[in-house]
Design a protein around this ligand. Sequence first.
Ligand code: FEO
Length: 171
Amino acid sequence: MISKNMEEAFNDQVAAEFYSAHLYLAMSAYLESIDLPGFASWMRVQYQEEVSHAEKIFDYVIERDGRAVVKSFEDPPVEWKSVLSVFEEAYAHEQKVTGLINNLVNLAQGETDHASQVFLHWFVNEQVEEEASVKTIVQQLKLLGDSKAGLFQIDRELGQRTFVPPAAGAE
Ligand code: FEO
C-alpha cells in the first residue's frame, strides 16, 4: 500500500498533469486563432499526452491501494504574443514539470518506496523527450525569423504528428 505522503504527492501531480493538458489545449486554440492549424494540431496531441500522463498516475495510486483524488486547478492563459512565445512558454513549463517529477522521485527515495521509484522512471525519461521536442520547435522558430514560407512548411510538418497512447504498464 502506498504511504499517505506519496498518495498526496501523486494526487497533486495528477492535478499538475491536467493543468498541463489545459494549458496546451488553450495554446492549441490560440494557434488556431492565428491560422496555424499544424502547430495547433501538434499542441492538441500534446494535450492528449498530458491527459494520458494524469491517468497513468491516477491508475497507479489506485493500483497501490491508495485513494485517487481529483483536484481543481487554475485557468490557463487565453492569449499569447506569437507562436514563438507559445513554444517558449511550453518549454519553460516542461522544465517546471521536470522539477515536479524530480521532487516525486526524491520523495519516493526518502520513503524507500521502490515501486514508486520504478514507476517514476517512465516519467523521468518522458520529461527528457518532452523538453527536447519543444526546444527543437523553439529553435526552428528562432531560425525562421520572419519567413512566412518557412512557417508554412513547419506548420505542415507539425500537423503530421499523431497521438500514440503509452503502452499499458510501460516503464
Ligand atoms: Fe506530463 Fe509534459 O509532462
